[in-house]
Design a binder for this molecule. Sequence first.
Ligand SMILES: [Zn+2]
Length: 204
Amino acid sequence: MIVVPLGKDYELQDCPIARALELVGERWTILVIRDCFLGVRRFNDFLAHLDIPRAVLTNRLDRLVIEGMLKRREYCPGRNEYLLTKRGLSLWPILHSLAEWGDQEAAPRAGRRRLFAHVECGTDLDAAGACPACGIVPDAGDVEIRPGPGAELALRDDQVTRALLRPHRILEPLEITPARSTRSGHVRSFRRSAQATEQRLPSM
Ligand SMILES: [Zn+2]
């Protein structure tokens, strides 16, 4: 069987959505950007949270740097972290809308994994990313993320997932404690989650 690799662009699609997808539409890219908003900055933390091959992660990070959406910063000799640039930060409304859409159209039965609130007043953002109390659309850095009712049923048990169980301001680096999980840890977590789901959800 001959496998023809898919191209990365939409050469004959003269359309802004196609052009946007050429920048962020490759598999994993939008999840790398999501993690940057959540406060992930270092290669091994992306790796632990995303379970993708190192080469793929390297490719996605390099591409985002080349396209000016991430910048590298050396945090100790020979080691870099990745930060969103102004161009990358401009993706926040899209990320929030995508999360809202996912919750409405593909919501887990256990409820929302993550909730977003305006830091200034603590009010939950509406579906458009605005604060109903203040009448403004806060920048990503003025938004707090906290676990929703579905968070504790997460299938994962890596250091980033655990750090995300604490409310924190978006873009601030996560307080990540050293990894303790193994593949079997993930499986245990999954089983625990499945049992919890059975206990909590009404029968259909
Ligand atoms: Zn507010």
